[in-house]
Design a protein around this ligand. Structure first.
Ligand SMILES: [Cu+2]
Length: 244
């Protein structure tokens, strides 16, 4: 009797899993730079050189082999699911050698991430809402080995900068819903378990023009491109983007 019941439970589970898979698809694609990518000038570092080095990259435009663009964020617009509780240790931005790693972090579930300091000097992590440049949070991490869990109230894009080392910049995209990704060094992204349907898919890139304002780089506006896609159950939909 018990064996029969267990078997029924297994069949129900398999059917349930099968149905869940049958209703979702994968979206994948590549972001490439159109034409010859401009060369990015490094920022001259004039203090804390023992830790920070003599030059720093702003990481505003990272183009690899075959014009592949790293650190673009791709997300599906208007597709919302409930954020899951994920341990904030899953999402970490580390400060090392006076740079942020990774340069772009996507928090695809939940609303928390961790900021760590791996440098033997004082960094502060000034977070701004990318939409209006207003302060969202400000964390001081004076000591090497510090870790701070940052909880944000709103999903969206956040810019992080250090007020002491003005070249340090990074982005955190809090999707909360599981349908966002940053491109890897091969310019690729993949979004899995997307419910079948028609959507707008957005590619966001931070933009790379900078202007020196009293020794502090100011950044140009981000670039966004949108496509309409249809996600079919059990299939992979391709969405490629070109950055100009
Ligand atoms: Cu700093």
């Amino acid at each position: 009797m018990n064996a029969a019941r267990n078997m029924m439970a297994v069949i129900a589970l398999l059917l349930g899993t099968g149905m869940a898979y049958a209703q979702t698809g994968t979206v994948q694609g590549t972001v490439k730079f159109d034409g010859v990518a401009p060369t990015m000038k490094p920022y001259k570092v004039t203090y804390n050189n023992d830790v920070c080095g003599n030059e720093a990259s702003l990481d505003r435009l990272v183009v690899g082999k075959d014009s592949c663009v790293e650190y673009a964020v791709v997300y599906i617009d208007g597709l919302k699911s409930k954020p899951e509780h994920v341990a904030p240790s899953k999402y970490v931005v580390d400060q090392k050698d006076c740079s942020y790693y990774p340069h772009v972090l996507v928090v695809d579930h939940g609303m928390e991430f961790t900021v760590a300091n791996d440098d033997p000097l004082f960094h502060n992590v000034h977070g701004y809402f990318a939409s209006n440049n207003e302060t969202a949070f400000n964390i001081a991490e004076p000591v090497k080995g510090m870790k701070t869990v940052q909880r944000v109230r709103k999903p969206g894009m956040y810019l992080m900068r250090c007020d002491i080392h003005p070249w340090m910049n990074a982005y955190v995209y809090v999707a909360g819903d599981g349908y966002a990704a940053a491109t890897n060094k091969d310019g690729q992204f993949a979004l899995s378990d997307v419910p079948a349907g028609k959507y707008k898919i957005v590619m966001w890139h931070e933009g790379w023009d900078t202007r020196d304002v009293g020794g502090k780089p100011e950044f140009s506006k981000p670039i966004e491109e949108t496509q309409e896609i249809t996600v079919t159950a059990g299939k992979t939909t391709t969405a490629d983007f070109t950055l100009k």
